[in-house]
Ligand binder design. Structure first.
Ligand SMILES: [Zn+2]
Ligand SMILES: [Zn+2]
Length: 422
């Protein structure tokens, strides 16, 4: 491989153990999407895993660091359940623990070693924020010219986890842990921008009364999508009033409306808040092909979002920018392409016009397998729609019925920017 010509002040964080954040083959969140992303970056010679210059090592977040956000009861439940490893192996006492802490509802099942793996991911985001802010593990301050300017941690971005429960595929909230750790170690003000299609509820909750952290979430309205929150009236509490910003978008919001919304909103917010660091979560389940959500972005809208984050960091924050992954359930057609754009943007490299054949040939079989499964679903679902529905099918296919219900009642009214005018 030729020498990677990336900006040496941009670093990517990845640790193979992060791929163990794996809820099993039937779960929508698949760690293989990160493997496909890194393979795409290497095949395009945009990043080289063997080149220490473009990577940053991570360390496991300590229980003490996790407890800046999570309750100690929750952390010990994650440890206990992770040691058992599988829901089927839980006895009645463990099952009660799983129910109490959000692991028994199906979305976020118990996974083996989940404390260790999730603490590793939290440690990655923590390392990213510390590096950009110049906070070293021994408490000394790293001189500005020795710090990376931008860091990308694609396995991070688990924005739904609450202080005392797992939620929406998220066990430890790596974003909140990392931000809370910088809050403790410095006087910095941080702006968190959540571009995921789902509301960034966990991070908002963590800092709802904290005026040093502004959270901005741009997401599909909670009327139709998990977690149901993210209304414009959720504005923060006490001293934090005005520092939680929510922009709920209508289903089917497309690129032009989206770009207009973020362009109008973000610059004035950054200017008025004057943060020392910008942290962005680039969940790409906003893409039209995503199977779990109903927004209609293409790569154009996602590229503008990434470029804007980069530009804001340079205009208002002396370039200090940490980008994280997040949701994204079209595993091979969307996630690797969207997040390659994040890395290309921050390392100032040009993406090739087309996906390399070598990469396509490697990942096409995996992608075809997913398509095949969807084909089986369509072949079994559509006849059932015509020929009468069994109650069990209604239960299993509930997401389809929610979407269908929405499509039938949708009245072609697109109040796409009303929220900006409020
Ligand atoms: Zn999401
Ligand atoms: Zn830059």
């Amino acid at each position: 491989m030729s020498e990677v010509q990336s900006d040496s002040r941009a670093k990517l964080i990845f640790d193979p153990e992060e791929l163990d954040y794996d809820f099993g083959p039937e779960h929508p969140l698949q760690p293989q999407r990160i493997a496909a992303l890194l393979d795409l970056l290497e095949t395009c010679e945009l990043w080289d895993s063997s080149n220490a210059n473009s990577s940053l090592p991570l360390r496991t977040a300590t229980s003490e660091e996790l407890s800046l956000v999570h309750t100690s009861d929750y952390i010990s439940a994650v440890q206990t359940l992770g040691a058992v490893g599988k829901v089927e192996r839980l006895d009645s006492e463990h099952l009660q623990l799983a129910m109490k802490y959000g692991f028994a509802e199906g979305d976020t099942p118990v996974l083996p070693r989940m404390h260790e793996v999730s603490a590793r991911i939290a440690g990655g985001s923590l390392a990213a924020l510390h590096a950009v802010m110049g906070i070293s593990d021994n408490g000394t301050i790293v001189p500005s010219d020795e710090r990376p300017l931008h860091v990308f941690h694609p396995a991070g971005g688990l924005h739904h986890a609450w202080a005392e429960r797992a939620s929406g595929f998220c066990i430890y909230n790596d974003i909140s842990v990392a931000i809370a750790s910088v809050l403790r170690a410095s006087e910095a003000k941080m702006l968190y921008i959540d571009f995921d299609a789902h509301h960034g509820d966990g991070v908002q909750r963590s800092f709802y009364d904290e005026p040093r952290v502004m959270t901005v979430s741009i997401h599909e309205t909670g009327r139709y999508l998990f977690p149901g929150t993210g209304d414009v009236l959720e504005m923060g509490n006490g001293l934090g009033r005005g520092y939680s910003i929510n922009v709920p978008l209508e289903p089917f919001t497309e690129d032009d409306s989206y770009i207009e919304a973020i362009d109008l909103l973000l610059s004035p917010l950054v200017l008025s808040f004057a943060p020392d660091l910008i942290v962005t979560q680039h969940g790409c389940d906003t893409h039209a092909w995503d199977p779990l959500t109903h927004l209609s972005l293409t790569m154009r809208g996602i590229r503008e979002q990434i470029k804007l984050a980069h530009q804001l960091a340079h205009s208002y924050c002396q370039g200090r920018w940490v980008a994280l992954g997040g949701g994204g359930y079209d595993l091979y057609r969307v996630v690797p392409r969207a997040w390659s754009m994040v890395w290309a943007e921050m390392s100032e490299q040009t993406l090739p016009g087309e996906l390399p054949d070598e990469w396509v040939n490697r990942w096409r079989p995996v992608w075809s397998k997913v398509e095949e499964q969807e084909g089986i679903f369509l072949r079994t679902f559509l006849p059932s729609l015509a020929g009468g529905l069994l109650p069990v099918q209604i239960v299993i296919r509930w997401r389809w019925y929610v979407t269908l219900f929405y499509l039938l009642r949708y009245d072609r009214h697109f109040p796409r920017l009303d929220v900006i005018r409020l």
